[in-house]
Design a protein around this ligand. Structure first.
Ligand code: KIV
Ligand code: ZN
Length: 516
């Protein structure tokens, strides 16, 4: 490695800050699946969750810690002794554990949220970082709302954290307020004025409220940061975090201007984007950089003409570098298990024996019902499977009567924790009838905030991908399911959202208990 291409550490927080995105709740199995892919991709650090937040979060962090082969596994903890102890318990199973602890430093947060003086916060930093350092060798400390903190006090806080044993110092733009110049200058100032700054790694953590998260992260590198915190698809609190795929591809494509390297395998970026979209049920906007459906599409005649003559006319990176394969007709009902396994591999999936068996059976079922099975169909099928691991409620059967002779009705059988119940309901259209049936078997207060249908591929036999979002008070959950039958997909998507609501309720109850 030369001075011209210094290594930048990629810290992925999809499973922590990403999951804090309203509606993006992931189940235990989905979190394990995402962590597995991040590890395979070469992400350096996986922030697996916030162990004190709930038993579910604790178990997910602990299991990811046990299973992760290469990456450092971090857990988040507030600057509270109980949080740090619990985080230490969860990450201790990792080959390379990290405790990430944070406290606010800005005058606004100190006055209104923490109600503490600057001196009190310095004392908290010293004791909590030291406590974490007694549990693990790798401790990250974050100055929450660093970009709205005066440099003088920020330098004292960073110095306290370094003295107490922090090995990484993260300076987040928590509210997405900084400009690139300001963000770079903050790192320069801290590295110049804080004793011991040369012994730690500085990290960026940028939110996208003004659309500057990636630009600010790159400006942080210019200021001397060597770790970037980011999330797949840029999901996260409010407008989200810096997008991992954008950071990785900016560094790779513009090595001339940005002389840094990451260890991320870029051909898995599209796969990661689809997996996170399936697990969170958050669609990726069509024009999203790197992983959007249109990121490599050329519509205008002039662009198409140029592309036919030479790709470089309108393409700064090839689709293959981010793992986009040409849509292809895969296989039909006569395709065998080995060909199916090969196809999954080419699409970036690595399934265990049982999951492969299951996926193959579902593929056969699909091939029986659908004339052409495309790559996108296979992806939707496997992603559905990942997203419906240990569900509390399952759809067993559905019969719908629709048409001009209303009222439309649905006869639905659900399995709720092993108990099978059948009901018949009517409604204002078949989807309404189905949702009424679900509500009568599994009563709940949540209201339907979104119902959306997309075709996975073209043609009248295309699978329908249905998204459902439910809201219950402050809680929002979303789910996405594909099926050749739009009505079956609708029933399954609603039920999947209800399953996510159960996970969300547990998280919220546990969080209420810890902040009481
Ligand atoms: O945005 C932020 O400040 C955070 C910290 C907990 C690192 O997410
Ligand atoms: Zn954040």
């Amino acid at each position: 490695m030369t001075a011209a291409n210094e290594r930048v550490v990629i810290f992925d927080t999809t499973l922590r800050d990403g999951e804090q995105c309203p509606g993006a709740t992931m189940t235990f199995d989905e979190k394990l699946e995402v962590a597995h892919l991040l590890d395979r991709m070469g992400v350096d650090i996986i922030e697996a969750g916030f162990p004190i937040a709930s038993n579910g979060d604790f178990e997910a962090v602990a299991e990811i810690a046990r299973r992760t082969e290469n990456a450092v596994v971090a857990g988040l903890a507030r600057a509270i002794p109980g949080d740090i102890a619990r985080c230490g318990e969860a990450v201790r199973f990792a080959k390379r554990p990290r405790i990430h602890t944070f406290v606010s430093t800005s005058p606004i947060h100190l006055k209104h949220q923490m109600r503490k003086t600057e001196e009190e916060v310095l004392e908290i930093i010293a004791t909590t970082v030291a406590q974490a350092r007694n549990l693990v060798d790798d401790v990250e400390w974050s100055a929450m709302d660093a970009t709205r903190t005066g440099h003088e006090y920020l330098a004292r806080a960073v110095e306290a954290a370094i003295r107490a044993g922090a090995t990484t110092i993260n300076l987040p733009d928590t509210v997405g307020y900084a400009t690139p110049d300001e963000y770079r200058a903050m790192f320069v100032a801290m590295r110049e004025r804080v004793p011991g700054a040369d012994k730690v790694i500085f990290s960026t953590h940028c939110h996208d409220d003004l659309g500057l998260a990636v630009a600010n992260s790159l400006a942080g590198l210019a200021g001397g940061a060597r770790q970037i915190e980011c999330t797949v698809n840029g999901i996260g609190e409010r407008a989200g975090n810096a997008a991992l795929e954008e950071i990785v591809m900016a560094l790779r494509t513009r090595r001339d201007a940005l002389p840094y390297e990451t260890g991320v395998e870029s051909t898995l970026l599209t796969r990661a984007s689809r997996l996170v979209s399936a697990a969170t049920s958050f669609p990726v906007q069509y024009n999203k950089a790197i992983v959007g459906k249109n990121a490599f599409a050329h519509e205008s005649g002039i662009h198409q003409d140029g592309m036919l003559k030479n790709n470089e006319t309108y393409e700064i990176m090839t689709p293959a570098t981010v793992g986009v394969t040409k849509t292809s007709l895969v296989m039909g009902k006569h395709s065998g298990r080995a060909a199916f396994k090969d196809k999954l591999k080419a699409l970036g999936y690595e399934l265990g024996e049982n999951a492969l068996q299951d996926a193959f059976a579902r593929f056969k079922e699909l091939a029986d019902r659908k004339k052409h099975v495309y790559d996108e169909d296979i992806e939707a099928l496997v992603d559905n499977q990942i997203a419906s691991g240990n569900d509390r409620i399952k759809v067993l059967s559905l019969i719908v009567i629709a048409g001009t002779m209303g009222p439309q009705s649905a006869t639905l059988t659900l399995d709720i924790e092993g108990v099978h119940t059948t009901v018949q309901s009517t409604g204002n259209g078949p989807v309404d009838a189905i949702f009424n049936a679900i509500r009568s078997v599994a009563p709940h207060e949540a209201s339907l905030a979104l119902y959306q249908v997309h075709a996975v591929t073209e043609g009248t036999d295309a699978q329908a991908e249905v998204s459902v979002r439910l809201e219950e008070g402050e809680k929002t959950v979303s789910a996405k399911v594909a099926d050749p039958d739009t009505l079956v997909a609708s029933a399954k998507a609603y039920v999947a959202a209800l399953n996510k609501l159960t996970v969300k309720r547990q998280q919220v109850n546990a969080q209420a208990a810890i902040s009481a």
